[in-house]
Design a binder for this molecule. Structure first.
Ligand code: BDP
Length: 705
């Protein structure tokens, strides 16, 4: 028996049995590097780390940097051996405000790694870069790294309510435990801040766009201040959402009219008060006159007047606060195609926004669909600063139950050419301010974090948080390179297995598109919770129904957005109008976004549209099955806990993919009146079965749905 036990124990060590891992550590795992010679590769060059900043001062951020070095290197290298020196060194303009350089130096015949930066935050990012290299087992003896963020404000937006509910959140409740704050400080706040800083994110908006004015009352500001203090030590500034009617709701005024002097005085005083609590307050995100939220239109004022009201006090007294004014506006009383409305409202306002206002634009003109044409507002207001809003949480891509790596989608968005100033006018360059020469720039992503132990629900959804952060730092890094980094940091897999994980990630978003909304279909999901198919959703306001978007009839399917229809295409540059406006040249991916196409239209593949559509749905299902097979092949490469949790979700995803396929094809077949082509599996149930599926109480939606 004892021998058996010994064999078993030895077996564990011999095969390097993977230890349980719950995902809490994210990509900051710092597991011990095995093998003395491997460890020595790192020990030698890093006997000392020199942090060189213009002040050379110890600060809260430098303390964080020291703590992270200790946490990372001591664990990875097995013992404490690195000494950290903080020295003063003149600023280097090439590093900008928050960039850094990593280099090897020799001081008194001792080898050292030097991290140079113009600010403490820059130094902290350098530390995280160095630790990332060690974690990835990359050499550190010939460092010649210079990294500078392309965008100034790199933020997460939390859609977290004060009652702990997270709108479109699928990973538990809010991270912010408002009832405990400011007295009880969860250690999770620090780990959250570390995760952000490790990616170079430097801001967080802790409250939802559907704002609650209470957050601006003294009791809550004290709570926010406690969070802000923790975040500050990691280079992160805190931002809030402003409810436009706050002067009425918590200020006792009878108006929130931006041109009313009492309203102006109220915001000035309020913003002063916020600064007393949070001296480095970053500013506001505002959702105004959108989906029932109050705003300047209530008083006959436009968005610019509305935004400038808040912008002025945020810039007063040498402050550098900003207003991120959302362009997610549409009005159901306006019968213009919903996707045209933001452009129509904002283009006439170009040049009217204050300097510290950025217009925050979702990547697509509709709403974070699995695929949309980009928002034509990008590049259309050269005098107005624009920033992109991406959605990390998977509202329309399977919540935390389905795998959809969004890096590929964001690459598509950020590299998209708008032709606003000729070729090369990408959304990345609009967001980083370089296209139109704007000094101030910002980017944000709607967080997918929550109280789940692994932060994001789906273990692989951590990759989306990671990818957003890396792209916010540099939008040219590329989805694949980022996926590789993430996979190497997050799993102890060997090279072959890492490749497999990366392949899995890279194809996953297109797979979701295929089984849910292929060929440019959009907004055909179930009402309210937005999970699962709902091409039949009708009733209530038209722009929240599905037929408004798919337009299926006996002739064909697709939204007519060329001259014969809403002509939304006219909002794009002539180059894109030419390409997307013609059936011959529009890519399959955007076909039904722009065109109403006959069922028997001959596609590039030679098949008729109906057959192509059906086969795309089937392809989506097949791809999920292939994902499961691939994942099964990784069984011995990945710790059991995360492997299992992911596998369970892939099984759900396969079921969901079948449901999408069957429900949509049965529904559209009523119009096409054609048989399913060969290769498409027959539906399991009749259409009514799918219509009757009731997912009420699915998380993330505030109502009953
Ligand atoms: C939609 C969400 C809704 C948000 C809204 C927004 O369904 O919950 O409030 O966007 O961005 O995607 O304001």
């Amino acid at each position: 028996m004892a021998r058996l036990l010994l064999t078993f124990i030895l077996g564990i060590f011999a095969t390097g049995e993977l230890t349980a891992e719950d995902g809490y550590r994210l990509w900051l795992r710092y597991d011990r590097i095995e093998g003395t010679s491997n460890r020595n590769d790192y020990r030698r060059p890093m006997q000392s780390i020199i942090i060189a900043t213009p002040s050379g001062a110890e600060s809260a951020i430098i303390q964080s940097a020291r703590a992270e070095i200790a946490r990372g290197l001591d664990t990875m290298l097995g013992r404490k051996l690195t000494t950290v020196h903080v020295v003063a060194r003149e600023a280097d303009p090439a590093l900008g405000a928050e960039g850094y350089a990593l280099e090897n130096v020799t001081v008194d015949e001792e080898k050292a790694v030097r991290i140079r930066a113009n600010s403490d935050a820059g130094a902290l990012y350098g530390v995280f870069d160095l630790l990332r290299r060690v974690q990835m087992r990359e050499p550190v003896h010939e460092l010649a790294v210079v990294a500078v963020p392309k965008i100034d404000r790199r933020l997460l937006n939390h859609w977290d309510d004060l009652n702990g509910f997270v709108e479109r959140g699928y990973a538990g409740f809010s991270l912010w435990r408002w009832h405990e704050l400011p007295h009880i400080l969860s250690p999770r706040y620090t780990d959250y801040a570390r995760a952000l800083a490790s990616l170079g994110l430097n801001g967080t908006v802790v409250t939802s766009v559907n704002a609650n004015a209470l957050i601006l009352t003294p009791v809550y500001l004290e709570k926010v201040a406690a969070l802000a203090e923790i975040f500050r030590a990691w280079g992160i500034r805190t931002y809030l959402t402003a409810r436009y009617s706050a002067p009425i709701e918590i200020g006792g005024l009878d108006t929130a009219d931006p041109l009313d002097p009492t309203v102006q005085a109220w915001w000035e005083a309020k913003i002063d008060e916020i600064h007393e609590h949070i001296p480095d307050f970053g500013g506001f995100v505002v959702k105004a006159n959108s989906e029932g939220q109050p705003g300047p239109h209530d008083y006959g004022r436009d968005h610019a007047v509305g935004a400038n009201l808040l912008a002025a006090p945020l810039a007063a007294d040498g402050r550098d606060g900003i207003v991120m004014w959302r362009a997610f506006v549409y009005d159901y009383e306006d019968d213009t195609d919903r996707v045209k409305q933001a452009y129509n409202q904002f283009v006439p306002l170009d040049g009217k926004f204050a300097d510290n206002v950025l217009v925050q634009i979702k990547n697509g003109p509709l709403d974070f669909m699995p695929r949309e044409a980009f928002s034509p507002l990008f590049g259309a207001t050269p005098q107005t600063k624009q920033m992109v809003e991406l959605q990390i949480t998977q509202e329309y891509l399977g919540a935390s139950l389905q795998l959809a790596y969004l890096g590929t989608m964001w690459d598509e968005v950020l590299q998209q050419d708008t032709f606003a100033r000729g070729e090369g006018s990408t959304i990345g360059r609009i967001t980083d301010g370089s296209l139109h020469g704007h000094e101030l720039s910002a980017i944000c992503g709607v967080a997918n974090t929550g109280s789940d132990r692994n932060w994001t629900g789906h273990p692989l959804a951590q990759a989306n948080w990671y990818a957003f952060g890396r792209m916010a730092w540099d939008h040219t890094l590329g989805a694949r390179a980022i996926a590789e980094e993430w996979a190497r940091l997050t799993f102890d897999a060997d090279a072959e297995a890492t490749t497999s994980i990366v392949e899995l990630l890279m194809g996953s978003r297109e797979t979701v598109v295929n089984y849910s909304m292929p060929l440019g279909l959009h907004h055909i999901m179930e009402r309210g919770h937005h999970y699962g198919p709902g091409p039949w959703v009708e009733g209530g306001r038209a722009d929240w129904t599905s037929p408004y978007y798919h337009q299926a009839d006996a002739q064909g399917i697709g939204a007519d957005r060329v001259a014969s229809g809403s002509n939304a295409i006219e909002q794009y540059a002539p180059e894109l109008q030419a390409q997307w406006g013609s059936l011959a040249s529009v890519p399959d991916e955007l076909l039904l976004w722009f065109h109403h196409v006959p069922w028997d239209y001959e596609m590039k593949s030679g098949r008729i549209l109906w057959d192509e559509l059906a086969l795309r749905y089937q392809q989506g299902v097949d791809e999920v099955r292939a994902m499961i097979t691939r994942w099964d092949g990784l069984r011995d490469q990945i710790d059991r806990e995360r492997w299992q949790a992911t596998r369970e979700r892939l099984v759900v995803q396969e079921q969901d993919a079948r449901e999408w396929r069957d429900a949509c094809l049965l529904y559209f077949q009523q119009f096409s009146q054609r048989p399913l082509p060969e290769g498409v599996e027959p539906p399991e149930h009749d259409l009514q079965h799918y219509i009757d599926v009731d997912r009420r109480y699915f998380p993330g939606h505030p109502g009953d749905y």
